[in-house]
Design a protein around this ligand. Structure first.
Ligand code: SF4
Length: 418
């Protein structure tokens, strides 16, 4: 088995054109509502109770999505120091620091991408869920003080093993407790049938997104992790809306056709890699090119799978939202995570795993408590840890990462050649 380099070629996913249209609609609707005050706006953490907010009549904006845009446009590294200067440490979440820096400077990739849109829309309420980390709470409280608007949310247990009824009851009652405040801000009563409808749409979206991701289990894979980081947009910001469901139906049909036609995302796929941890947003292009040149398909990740919520049930909206938000990978204990990785390795027929140790996100860096070593021992499978960050490129040595990746693929080749 050789590791000779080939020329990287990327195949366009045609459905992406439609995704660009619905993402633009999303940002323009928010901008219009903020300017005309025609609709109330809620900011929500990525796995906060977005379904409840939509059903209560809010348009929903996700600051983490803005954080990722700041990373992928490479605006983040210059903006982070502005947040550091007002006391937000360079060691905490670089979505948070980049986003606050963006606010302080009045510079946003949203206004660059969509002329006429002012940037993040002014919120009427900020709604968090600490299921992923504490940083989101501090992040939203910054804006609560700036805009003088309420900050409400859910405090979730962490390091959860088996999920007990007491967990669900606790989260469900906290979600229900948000309703009076949301009704007051929205100026109307929550329509329970509308909540059921939105939860149903969110479930459809999530089921389709899961199918999209799992199509990568085919050999060769028609989809890469890097495609996934782009295609996940509607699952993140439009879950609970019909247009996200329609989009993923179209995308799935295209990917199924690829499988039928034997179209590989990476020509001559030789190695199949699992990416664990946050994307390095500002370096996706470089990384995807390097892997393609090495005939290696990075095809699955924990990150993209974090918007799969099979528990959502329109007939039991509050308890099912509670379960969906707590049974997430990031909330769970080390034993659960190990079993999860084993399942992913088998499902996607993985040759090796790359752990991204993101300097400012310990919550999504799962290499720090011996996991790669344990998996390596169990599966005799090469593991690589790359040190970097989601947004702060000062924490990432591209040269070192390139060298390590090349050596890693050589190791895989030797192993396969045995
Ligand atoms: S999970 Fe990590 S990237 Fe996400 S908000 Fe928390 S610290 Fe930031």
């Amino acid at each position: 088995m050789s590791t000779e380099k080939t020329k990287a070629t990327f195949k366009k996913i045609n459905a992406t054109d439609k995704m660009k249209v619905i993402m633009e609609q999303h940002f323009r609707e928010l901008d219009e509502a903020a300017k005309t005050k025609s609709r109330k706006i809620a900011w929500c953490t990525s796995v906060g109770p977005a379904e409840l907010l939509r059903a209560a009549g809010f348009l929903v904006f996700f600051p983490e999505n803005h954080g990722a845009m700041l990373g992928s446009t490479r605006m983040a590294t210059d903006l982070i120091p502005l947040a550091n200067a007002i006391g937000y440490s360079p060691d905490i979440c670089s979505y948070l620091t980049a986003d606050i820096g963006s606010y302080l400077k009045g510079a946003s990739p949203i206004s660059k991408a969509y002329p006429g849109v002012s940037g993040p829309p002014r919120p009427d309420v900020l709604v968090y869920n600490t299921n992923q980390c504490r940083d989101v709470h501090d992040w939203f409280n910054f804006y609560g003080r700036e805009f003088n608007v309420p900050v409400i949310g859910v405090q979730t247990h962490r390091g959860v093993g088996d999920i007990a009824k007491s967990h669900i009851d606790s989260i469900s009652s906290q979600i229900k407790a948000l309703v009076p405040a949301l009704e007051e801000i929205a100026g109307k009563k929550l329509d329970y049938d509308e909540l059921k409808r939105v939860v149903g749409l969110s479930r459809q979206c999530t089921d389709l997104w899961k199918e999209v991701l799992e199509i990568a289990s085919n050999k060769p894979s028609p989809l890469t992790f890097f495609d996934g980081t782009i295609q996940m947009g509607p699952a993140v910001v439009l879950r609970g809306e019909q247009r996200a469901v329609d989009y993923y139906k179209e995308l799935l049909a295209e990917l199924k056709q690829r499988v039928k036609d034997g179209v590989a995302a990476i020509d001559g796929e030789k190695f199949r890699i699992y990416w664990e941890g946050m994307p390095i947003w500002g370096k996706l292009r470089e990384l995807s090119t390097q892997f393609a040149e090495l005939s290696t398909c990075v095809l699955a990740s924990t990150y993209c799978s974090s918007w799969v919520f099979p528990a959502l049930d329109p007939d039991d909206p509050f308890d099912s939202m509670a379960r969906a938000y707590i049974e997430l990978f990031i909330v769970r204990d080390e034993y659960y995570k190990e079993r999860y990785f084993e399942n992913q390795i088998n499902k996607y027929k993985i040759d090796g795993v790359i752990f991204h140790d993101a300097k400012t996100c310990p919550n999504n860096s799962n290499n720090r408590y011996g996991m790669p070593e344990r998996l390596n021992k169990k599966y005799d499978m090469p593991m690589l840890v790359i040190h970097g960050d989601l947004n702060d490129l000062r924490c990432y040595s591209e040269e070192q990462a390139r060298t390590n990746i090349e050596a890693f693929i050589e190791q895989l080749a030797e192993k396969k050649g045995k």
